[in-house]
Design a protein around this ligand. Structure first.
Ligand code: EPS
Length: 346
């Protein structure tokens, strides 16, 4: 069973994560983890914090001489800005942020206590965990990539940059749409037997767990609802060379809650960043008097980072589903079991 937990506040000492269930025998290169962390920090429209932090993960356990030993892997990323105790209190919540429901739920008058964990800063450790999973599934030639589809309705890179510049000038923010693609997933990961074993349900939940994500679509997604069945279902074909395959991939690689052997293609919409330098109306929680929402240091647009984070959380779900089907103690065991399965279904 693969599982992970993380801890850490945006301006606390560090972010930590423990992933349990990575099999023995997997080579882990910390440079690959740090490469993913660097990708997460980049992208047009990021805020000043990304110029201050140089995220690097330290592996504290579970890896000996660069090879996993089956025990839990603990990771640590230090925050350069760890000013949590000196940062000012606020009680004028940002519309769209966790500030208000979080303060009401946990009984805080100071919403900084919400911000600190609700911040997308914690996605750094998610990416580090995902980078471990990527290195596991790389042994099976399963790879992930992401790309920005649009920002504020613009699809051309130069126009996207101009729109982000405009948002910055106007003290505003933007969201967008990105897509994740997973290649070479064997057929049959996930299951149709229960909702909580459906691979699309697990991937969608993981993606909706990323701050700011408001919708998830597989393949043609919402557009499927506008077409006839004959126009969208992916025709099944066979050649000796390819084996069983689909002539199209409108399903996005998942049918009946299981991978069908085609690329898994999933798109997400991210809402605009909720800290506006020209803030929206809000209230002062104690007095209920009208005021402006708090202004905190933030990004203008973090869509490219969101794609990298999404790769990480999807990599975790794929690794988990792979081990649910093919075993989980050692890499050799999983390889053997996958090979005999592929031989059988061919
Ligand atoms: C982020 C770190 C944060 C924000 C941003 C993402 O750092 P700080 O709050 O110190 O500027 O830049 O967080 C948000 C967009 C948010 O809403 O919390 C990061 O590491 O990705």
């Amino acid at each position: 069973m693969l599982r992970y937990l993380t801890a850490g506040e945006s301006h606390g000492k560090c972010l930590v994560g423990i992933i349990e269930g990575i099999p023995s025998g997997v080579r882990i290169d910390d440079k690959k983890i740090n490469h993913e962390l660097k990708r997460r920090q980049s992208g047009y429209g990021r805020g000043p914090r990304m110029k201050m932090e140089f995220d690097k993960a330290e592996i504290l356990s579970g890896v000996r001489r660069s090879i996993t030993i089956g025990s839990p892997i603990a990771l640590l990323i230090k925050n350069k800005d760890h000013s949590i105790d000196s940062l000012s209190a606020f009680s004028n919540p940002r519309p769209g942020h966790a500030d208000l429901p979080g303060a009401l739920k946990y009984g805080f008058s100071d919403m900084r206590s919400v911000l600190e964990r609700a911040s997308a800063r914690k996605t750094a450790i998610d990416v580090a965990i995902g980078a471990i999973c990527k290195q596991l599934i790389d042994n099976f030639k399963i790879s992930l990539s992401s790309r920005t589809i649009s920002v504020g309705g613009e699809v051309i890179v130069s126009k996207i940059h101009k729109k982000i510049d405009l948002a910055k000038r106007n003290k505003d923010t933007l969201g967008g749409i990105f897509q994740v693609c997973v290649k070479n997933v064997p057929v049959g990961l996930g299951s149709y037997v229960h909702a909580d074993r459906r691979l699309n349900a697990l991937i969608a939940a993981a993606l909706m767990g990323i701050p700011g994500i408001k919708s998830v679509e597989f393949g043609l997604g919402i557009a499927l609802a506008e077409k006839f069945g004959s126009q969208v279902h992916d025709v099944i074909a066979y050649t000796r060379n390819k084996g069983i395959y689909r002539k199209t991939n409108n399903a996005g690689g998942i049918e009946g809650g299981m991978s069908n052997g085609e690329d898994i293609i999933v798109s997400c919409a991210m809402k605009p960043i909720t800290t506006l330098a020209n803030p929206l109306d809000s209230i002062e929680l104690k007095t209920k008097k009208k005021t402006k929402a708090t202004v905190q240091r933030a990004d203008i647009c973090a869509i490219e980072a969101a794609g990298v984070i999404a790769e990480g959380v999807v990599a975790f779900e794929i690794a988990k589903a792979l081990m649910d089907k093919f075993g989980s103690d050692s890499l050799a065991e999983i390889k053997n079991s996958l090979q005999s399965y592929l031989k059988k279904i061919r």
